[in-house]
Every structure is written in structure tokens, then in C-alpha cells.
Design a protein around this ligand. Structure first.
Ligand code: LIP
Length: 267
């Protein structure tokens, strides 16, 4: 399907920022052996990619507002449109030379998510979706969520709280339950890729808590347009506000929800 003018803008910005991240990732791989490590360099790579995305998106759509991981909220002249952007989702992977990270660009119109793009510049996989127009991988393959119906066949992905993050006891209770029922659990380190891979039918179920809007915005559009169900952990659609997510096909969503739902998780 030919990309729309809007999607071409998003793709152009993502590919440009992706080239910058790929170059920097090459350096980071070398820096693994230095004692100081690549920490400051990665922060600079993240900021460089964000600057490119901000510049390219602002040039193509002047006045749109932004919510960005590093710059925060930027109110533009046009408050009916807002880009929600993570220039580097999967920072810890990037820092360790693990090639699993992505640029994530979502667009809200009048508060509704209408377009999403997730791009891994290393694998050169670009997942894109617009409301009502379907979800695609590299402009060629139409994406559909997996059709599996049974928890016992399902491959689940999640985020695990780590040093400096809240939610350890809740996660430990949840994972103890989940592992009794499913075929396997993975942790990629990038929520944007988790959602894109749900849309592509690679993973069956994804849930995570304490997650930021820029990690989720683009992936929400991808999952919806691939025919999936995506909610917060109360079953509503306040994923960005609550920082919680459960995504899968609709029948697995019903099966899995009680294992991680807000009320059960806290009893
Ligand atoms: C990451 C998320 C991931 C989560 C990590 C981190 P970042 O975002 O995508 O799902 O588990 O803790 O928040 O920090 O790489 O942009």
C-alpha cells in the first residue's frame, strides 16, 4: 500500500534519525571494552536522534505540539496535533551493544492516536500504521495479530522492574501466576518493539506497568490496526495516563486479564 503524505513524513524522519543511531551504535559496540563504558556517549546519541526527529517533524508539520522523552512537553501553535516521540526505546540494550531498540513516533489528533511508527534501524524493520488504514511492515506486509486461542500455546513478553524502578512485589506476584499458564515469557527491553511484534503476530501477549507514554503511543496504533485488543490493566483505554498496558488478540486478552488485572495484582 502506498504510504500517505503523513506517513512519508514520519518515515523520512525515522530513517534519518535511524542513520544517526546506527552510526552511534557502531561506536557503542567498540566502547564496551573501555572501563568508563559508553554511558555519556549513549545519552548524546539519544539527544542527537531526538534533535533530528524534532527538526524533521517540525519542518514538515510546523506548529504541531510534542511530547518527547528528553525534551518533555512542547506546546506548539497547533494544539490539536501532538507528536509523542521516543528517539531511543531500549536504551539499556543500546548501551550494552544489544541490537534491539527502536525509534517510536506516535501522532495524536484531538487527543486520539491516529498514526504510529516503530523503526529498528539495525534490523531495518519499519512498522507503520494509520487509523483505519491497517498496519504494515516495511510497506509490504500487512500485519495481523496472532490467532492463538489458548494461553498454553502463548508466547508472552513483558518488562521487568529493575534497580531504581517501582513495582517489584507486584511484578513478582504476577510473573509467578503467569508462568503457570503460558508457553514462554520473554523480555526484549523495548516496549515499542514488544507492541510492534504483537502487531506482527510474533508475540501473543504483552503486559507492562510503570511505562511512559512515548514508549507506548506508536505501538497502540499498530496493535489496534493489526486487529488486536489493547487496554490498561483495569480494562480501560487510559494506557498513556496510567502507564500500563495489556495487548493481545481479543480471546487471549480475556483469558490473560485476570492474571495481571489491577485488583488481582494487588490482593
Ligand atoms: C524502556 C521500555 C521497556 C522498559 C524499560 C524502559 P527506554 O524504555 O521500553 O519496556 O521495561 O524499563 O523503560 O528507557 O529504553 O526508553
Amino acid at each position: 500500500m502506498p504510504a500517505s503524505a503523513l506517513m512519508n513524513v514520519m518515515i523520512g524522519a525515522a530513517r534519518k534519525a535511524g542513520r544517526s543511531l546506527s552510526r552511534d551504535f557502531g561506536e557503542v559496540e567498540q566502547l564496551q571494552v573501555s572501563v568508563k563504558g559508553p554511558g555519556n556517549f549513549v545519552t548524546a546519541a539519544d539527544l542527537r536522534a531526538e534533535e533530528i526527529l524534532y527538526r524533521e517533524l517540525s519542518k514538515a508539520r510546523p506548529g504541531y505540539s510534542f511530547l518527547m522523552e528528553e525534551r518533555g512537553e512542547i506546546i506548539g501553535d497547533d494544539q490539536s496535533h501532538r507528536w509523542v516521540v521516543d528517539p531511543l526505546d531500549g536504551t539499556t540494550n543500546f548501551l550494552h551493544g544489544v541490537p534491539m531498540f527502536a525509534i517510536s513516533i506516535g501522532l495524536e489528533r484531538e487527543g486520539q492516536l491516529v498514526a504510529g511508527l516503530v523503526y529498528n534501524p539495525i534490523s531495518d524493520e519499519l512498522f507503520a500504521a494509520e487509523k483505519g488504514k491497517g498496519a504494515f511492515l516495511n510497506d509490504r506486509r500487512r500485519l495481523r495479530v496472532a490467532a492463538r486461542k489458548s494461553l498454553s500455546d502463548s508466547l508472552v513478553t513483558t518488562g521487568i522492574p529493575h534497580l531504581g524502578r517501582p513495582g517489584h512485589p507486584v511484578f513478582q506476584r504476577e510473573i509467578k501466576e503467569v508462568t503457570k499458564y503460558v508457553a514462554g515469557v520473554r523480555r526484549t527491553g523495548s516496549a515499542a518493539l514488544d507492541l510492534a511484534w504483537i502487531a506482527a503476530g510474533r508475540f501473543d501477549i504483552y503486559w507492562e506497568r510503570d511505562i511512559k507514554p512515548w514508549d507506548l503511543a506508536a505501538g497502540i496504533v499498530l496493535v489496534r490496526e493489526a486487529g488486536g485488543t489493547i487496554t490498561d490493566l483495569s480494562g480501560g483505554s487510559d494506557m498513556l495516563e496510567k502507564g500500563q498496558v495489556l495487548a493481545s488478540n481479543s480471546s487471549l486478552h480475556k483469558e490473560f486479564f485476570p492474571l495481571v488485572a489491577n485488583s488481582s495484582a494487588r490482593t
